[in-house]
Design a protein around this ligand. Structure first.
Ligand code: CU
Length: 328
């Protein structure tokens, strides 16, 4: 019987985004870069988040073709040697039609067909170097899947940075990359799935937990999944009730707020495979399709090949006591 590991699984290192091998992901294939060994199954989509903490980026996971997408540009720091960001100018690529931008206190925003511009009203409203923020503009996306590059100019109290370089190849790592967005065919979930893993089981064990970190750029709800190796895949949470850890199914699914990573980890949120048709052996791969619904009710899926790990191979701070899945 596996011991639970109540501590959170933290995302470790860059990369690790996964994408199904579908025609829709073909556009992304050209941008692939080497996956960590754990996921070296030929299905890694370049993880924008990992290497780009310092850059101006869009959330990972992509967006659905033809949808209205809240492009949330994340500014990680000010320009070199500067102490604050004073303006941000996004050059609008073909394939994105700007509609509007939510108000940003202390900033003026202008939304045009070619350019979206945020300007701090004064030095006191500028974005300090150490503070991270998102600048959001909603727009309608092209109906054609592919890669969009948003070139962004960042102005600071001292100097500026032009995030405008489009990598020429997989291995090309420009110093000032433009913000990238994968436009996905409808039905393919615009959700990044980082570091998925399933806990190995022993003979006779009917259920298993699956964990990962999920990020949906436009927000979504994880409503369940399916696997050829299980009768059902449910979304569960564990919570303390008094001194007792209890597990329950999230009947309405798990909300993924826009652009915010949500961690599924032992002792917390997780996917539960029930009615296992065979034990999950450490080192094997679990085929799993995750199902999502967006705010407009559109359903989408993402198919993964999930590495199976021994219970005691769980990363990050395993070992504390807890109720866990002792009843499985
Ligand atoms: Cu469970």
């Amino acid at each position: 019987m596996p011991r639970p590991t109540p501590s959170l699984l933290r995302a470790r290192g860059p990369g690790g985004a996964t994408a199904p091998r579908t025609v829709a992901a073909a556009a992304a294939a050209a941008r692939r870069r080497p996956a960590p060994a754990l996921l070296a199954l030929g299905l890694a989509l370049a993880g924008a988040a990992g290497s780009s903490q310092a850059h101006v980026t869009l959330p990972p996971g992509g967006a659905t073709a033809g949808s209205v997408y809240p492009a949330a540009f994340r500014v990680g720091h000010a320009c070199k040697d500067a102490s604050a960001t004073t303006a941000l100018v996004v050059r609008v690529p073909a394939g994105f039609e700007p509609l509007d931008a939510p108000p940003r206190p202390g900033w003026r925003v202008s939304v045009g067909p070619q350019e979206v511009r945020w300007t701090a009203e004064g030095p006191a409203q500028a974005l300090p170097d150490k503070e991270r923020a998102r600048f959001v503009v909603r727009g309608r996306l092209t109906g054609t899947p592919g890669t969009l590059w948003f070139k962004v100019r960042q102005a600071c109290d001292r100097g500026e940075a032009d995030w405008s370089e489009v990598p020429a190849s997989d291995s090309d790592k420009p110093a000032f990359p433009a913000a990238r967005l994968e436009v996905l065919a409808p039905g393919l979930a615009p959700v990044e799935v980082r570091e998925p893993w399933a806990r190995a089981t022993v003979a006779g064990q009917g259920a298993a937990g699956v964990y990962a970190q999920l990020t949906a750029g436009a927000g979504a709800r994880l409503v369940g999944g399916r696997s050829p190796l299980a009768a059902a895949v449910e979304v569960h949470e564990m919570r303390m009730e008094g001194s007792v850890m209890r597990m329950r199914e999230l009947a309405d699914g798990l909300p993924l707020p826009p652009a915010e990573p949500v961690t599924l980890a032992p002792g917390g949120l997780h996917l539960m495979l029930t009615g296992l048709k065979q034990p999950l052996a450490a080192g094997s791969v679990l085929p799993l399709t995750l199902q999502f619904v967006d705010a407009d009710g559109r359903r989408s899926e993402r198919t993964l090949e999930v590495p199976v790990r021994a219970a005691d191979a769980a990363p990050a701070g395993a070992g504390a006591a807890g109720g866990g899945h002792a009843h499985h």
